[in-house]
Design a protein around this ligand. Structure first.
Ligand SMILES: C[S@@+](CC[C@H](N)C(=O)[O-])C[C@H]1O[C@@H](n2cnc3c(N)ncnc32)[C@H](O)[C@@H]1O
Length: 252
């Protein structure tokens, strides 16, 4: 049973604004992701796995684009999953699992998916674990199914320019935080922690993620493409790029 969250859509909106402060082109990457799912449809509504899906951003957009889709959302954060559960209300299967261990596979309600989609999340995992996860994801897909990962993936052919782009983006973000036009990551969590319904979940989250943020290990896009190729995907490439971020796709 989902906990009672008075207005999950207000939390969805504030999460989106908070994330867009980091990723102004966030919706573009989701659109590119869903175009990729559309390109591999095989006549049935897609079965989509929203990996490290948080509040269900990708599930919600996938269900809007493909109303008969089956969505599974996997994440470990009890507060974000509480918002997801209240928003998706029976339209997706919500699973609590830790992607840091291969045990997460046993928690899935289906053996095969048409698409595995993830955004701004897998940089939370260390290199050796992400390498193994990529191989596990290949096995979760049907032949012809697709994995798409949108994340911070700098282009290593322009390292100095990337650094400058990131510096400028940080300055613009800090200016917005200073005016209060948008909440920072830590302010968003403080706000969630002071909401009576979310507070117990936020407290649980603090125990799960003691630092509160990712280790910020962001290998270049070439690392992802090489690792996905080594994991045995048949076609691997970049389907979207925006500044230091990219979305890579891998077809089983
Ligand atoms: C910045 S959020 C992105 C959420 C969502 N994909 C979006 O775009 O809004 C990163 C997500 O990764 C999840 N995550 C990080 N490490 C995880 C792990 N080991 N297992 C499951 N989920 C994890 C976090 O709980 C969080 O929901």
């Amino acid at each position: 049973m989902s906990p009672y969250i008075a207005d999950p859509w207000a939390w969805q909106e504030s999460w989106d604004r908070q994330q867009e402060a980091y990723l102004p082109d966030r919706e573009h990457r989701f659109a590119a992701m869903l175009d990729t799912v559309d390109a591999v449809l095989d006549g049935r509504p897609p079965r989509v796995l929203d990996l490290a899906g948080g509040t269900g951003t990708i599930s919600l957009r996938a269900l809007a684009r493909f109303p008969d889709a089956e969505a599974t959302l996997v994440d470990l954060d009890p507060a974000l999953l509480a918002i997801a559960g209240a928003s998706l209300a029976g339209r997706a299967t919500i699973v609590t699992a830790d992607l840091n261990t291969p045990d997460w596979l046993a928690t899935l309600p289906h053996r095969e998916y048409d698409a595995v989609l993830t955004a701004t999340a897998l940089h939370w995992l260390p290199a050796d674990r992400l390498t193994r996860l990529y191989a596990e994801l290949r096995d979760v897909l049907r032949p012809g199914g697709v994995f798409v990962n949108a994340d911070h993936m700098p282009d290593d052919t322009v390292p100095e320019l990337t650094k400058r782009l990131m510096d400028r983006a940080r300055e613009r973000r800090d200016a917005r935080y200073a005016t209060g036009s948008v909440l920072s990551w830590s302010d968003w969590w403080e706000r969630a922690g002071s909401d009576p319904a979310l507070a117990p979940f936020v407290a649980e989250r603090h125990a799960i993620y003691p630092t509160g943020h990712s280790p910020e290990w962001n290998p270049p896009v070439s690392w992802h493409l090489a690792t996905l190729t080594a994991a045995g995907f048949s076609e691997v490439g970049t389907i979207w790029r925006g500044g230091p971020d990219a979305a890579v796709a891998a077809v089983r």
